[in-house]
Ligand binder design. Structure first.
Ligand code: MG
Ligand code: ZN
Length: 222
């Protein structure tokens, strides 16, 4: 009997080992890290901007910005005046553990409480490539439609929290929040859920409380 190990399996297990190294480095520096995933345009950079603006007086925050080619998002983040590193994936459609590993030495980790990683906009492969962060967060948005949990189950199954952005335009779209949530609940029961609008600020406080609570409880551990 032959055991076939696909190339993909090998790549993923190598990635998992590097992700574990990243986690050890973050733990050693006492930095709590979040990986933000979403489809393009869902509001990753907007949520980062809102989060930094609201929490920067209470938490020391750094950002790693993954992007296919441009520096547009990294420029927006750098304008906030916090430590930020851009990872240009050279066309690769996701961040992986090696890319995060290369970014970490460029940040003053010992001086940070929270590291936010902005993944490449994509609902497929970022779900497979662990980075070594403490929490994976998915941002969905109203214009994408309420069927996304049904179409991208691995992504919805694997995350620790879910943001639904752009609730200010719910009235303009056929987005059934109950249908959306039922799809999520089947895949990821009890998932922390934050409907909000980065534009108007509605619902943001629950998200900010969650983030700050996560960082505080991490800091209180040993
Ligand atoms: Mg962005
Ligand atoms: Zn990819």
């Amino acid at each position: 009997m032959t055991r076939r190990v696909s190339v993909v399996e090998n790549i993923l297990s190598a990635n998992d080992r590097l992700a574990a190294d990243n986690r050890a480095r973050l733990d050693e520096a006492r930095v709590f890290a979040i990986n933000l995933m979403a489809s393009p345009g869902a509001g990753k950079t907007s949520l980062i901007t809102r989060t930094v603006e609201a929490l920067r007086d209470r938490l020391r925050i750094g950002v790693v910005d993954g992007d296919l080619a441009s520096t547009l998002d990294a420029d927006r983040v750098a304008a906030l005046g916090i430590p930020a590193v851009q990872v240009n994936t050279g066309g690769n459609c996701h961040l992986d553990a090696v890319m995060l590993q290369s970014a970490l030495p460029q940040l003053p980790l010992e001086e940070l409480d929270l590291l936010i990683v902005e993944n490449v906009g994509n609902l497929v492969c970022p779900a497979s490539f662990k980075l070594g962060v403490h929490k994976d967060v998915l941002i969905a948005s109203v214009p994408e439609g309420d069927d996304k949990p049904y179409k991208y189950p691995p992504m919805y199954r694997g995350v620790d929290a879910l943001v639904l952005n752009k609730i200010d335009v719910l009235g303009a779209f056929d987005f059934d929040v109950d249908y959306f949530r039922r799809g999520v609940e089947v895949l990821n029961p009890g998932l922390a859920f934050f409907p909000l609008s980065c534009k108007t600020g509605e619902g943001l406080s629950a998200w900010l409380d969650w983030v700050e609570g996560q960082v505080r409880s991490f800091k209180e551990q040993g």
